[in-house]
Design a protein around this ligand. Structure first.
Ligand SMILES: [Zn+2]
Length: 452
């Protein structure tokens, strides 16, 4: 709940002050003199409040909600708030892993947080809303000066000369803020009448969930193919913020009963494998092979795993331990198997990259992204085929591509040559505890009242 304080506070402000949500709110116990002289509209609220906004202490500061107009962009907002070009460049670079701020959309929201006196307005923070629950905070309160060296290439006759220039500037600290997401377990069971889509519509379930259910069975059974008289039971997590639906989360268990057979898929965490797996009623893994390409729409293999490649940027022979798939900037990159994100970060050589652990044996890595997909960061679970980022050329890259790396017990191998010895069944040592868990969840599924 800690992270929500800021928002709770703002909403409590307009309750106590009996005001509609103010476009401009001074979060302070200001004196009458100041508020009379201040050039902005304020709410005359003098109640003592915990004054944080997105974890920022805004005591004595002004918080204003704004919106990008059609003609506005982040650069213009920076200029309007007296931030310089170097600060803008630094902000764009340092915030890349969260959002591409060079392509802001009209009506996207942002907040300015300022310190104000009668005659001066000093920007302290810029807060950009990047999704319903994510924000990027630019902290402009750092007064230290650091050098920034830029290099420009100038033509001198036939040659190009590099001129480096060092300027000093106030660095901007970047922080990522996420509102708390509530997870609620939802249970549903129905006998299909006309079609699955119709059953879902009649019960206010988004047909998008059908795809998720099929994915949780590793697509071994297409939920859409169920016919009249078949039974569908499932338990899934629903994600919400402040009671508002956000998305469907993990499918915990599903059972499909047709005339011929019963089919189960149960989400289970394997401790010593540090992985989640979908298992059937007998403890068999449902998982199948990895996707062949990390690109959603396919692409061209530009360079294969090669221990003796001549590196195009470094101009030396250097082993290429990945497989490069070329595609235009912005093309979606997907997880080639389900797993847990163990890195989503920027490094000099890899650029923005994501690394996923699938089980104790396998990890995959995706390099040079222009940006990550919403919600992709350390510790998050991803489904096979889920978009995790977008093709770019950050880091050491000559053109837009994704360098796909495949790790087997900590060593990089060629995914195109690797014979995947994917386990078929849960290790014997865990079978009994799984079967006990399965019985429990099966009882839960059967206790859901059936919609006919
Ligand atoms: Zn590569």
């Amino acid at each position: 709940m800690r992270k929500l304080i800021g928002l709770v506070f703002l909403s409590s402000l307009f309750v106590t002050c009996r005001n509609p949500f103010p476009a401009e709110t001074k979060v302070a116990q200001h004196n009458a003199e100041k508020s009379a002289a201040a050039p902005v509209k304020q709410t005359a609220c003098t109640d003592k409040q915990p004054s944080t906004f997105m974890d920022i202490d805004v005591n004595g500061l002004y918080v204003r909600e704004k919106e990008f107009s059609r003609k506005e962009n982040v650069e213009k907002v920076f200029r309007a708030n007296k931030l310089d070009k170097i600060q803008y460049t630094q902000f764009i670079n340092d915030s890349k892993e969260y959002y591409d701020f060079t392509s802001i959309k009209p009506r996207q929201k942002y907040f300015t947080i300022t310190k104000e006196t009668d005659s001066t307005t000093q920007l302290q923070y810029l807060v950009f809303k990047i999704s319903d629950y994510e924000y990027v905070i630019a902290n402009c309160t750092d007064t230290s000066t650091v050098p920034f060296t830029s290099e420009t290439s100038v033509r001198r006759g036939r040659r190009h000369a590099h001129i480096t220039k060092t300027e000093f500037y106030h660095p901007i600290q970047i922080a990522y803020y996420e509102k708390d997401i509530d997870t609620v377990q939802i249970k549903f069971a129905a006998v299909i009448n006309k079609s699955v889509v119709k059953t879902f519509r009649e019960n206010n379930l988004d047909p998008k969930l059908i795809e998720r259910l099929s994915a949780s069975m590793e697509n071994k059974l297409n939920i859409n193919s169920l016919r009249k008289g078949d039974t569908l039971q499932f338990i899934y997590n629903q994600l919400s913020i402040n009671g508002q639906f956000l998305d469907y989360g993990q499918v915990k268990a599903i059972c499909v009963k047709t005339k011929k057979k019963q089919f189960y898929s149960v989400d289970y965490f394997l401790n010593d494998d540090s992985s989640y797996q979908y298992l059937d009623d007998k403890g068999n893994y449902l998982k199948t092979a990895f996707l062949k390409s990390p690109l959603q729409k396919g692409g061209r293999i530009a360079s294969r795993y090669n221990l003796h490649r001549f590196h195009p940027v470094l101009q030396v022979e250097k082993a290429h331990l990945g497989t490069d798939f070329a595609a235009p900037t912005g093309s979606p990159i997907v997880a080639t198997a389900s797993g847990v994100v163990e890195a989503a970060q920027f490094t000099q050589n890899n650029g923005n990259y994501v690394k996923i652990r699938h089980d104790r044996t396998y990890e995959t890595q995706y390099l040079h992204m222009c940006r990550f997909a919403r919600g992709i960061r350390n510790g998050v679970r991803v489904r096979k085929g889920q978009v995790i980022g977008y093709v770019g050329m950050t880091g050491l890259a000559t053109g837009p591509h994704v360098c796909y790396r495949f790790w087997k017990r900590g060593v990089q191998v060629d995914p195109l040559k690797e014979k995947l010895n994917v386990l078929k069944q849960i290790p014997n040592a865990h079978l009994n505890s799984y079967l006990a868990y399965f019985k429990n969840i099966k009882d839960k599924l059967n206790s859901i009242s059936l919609i006919n």
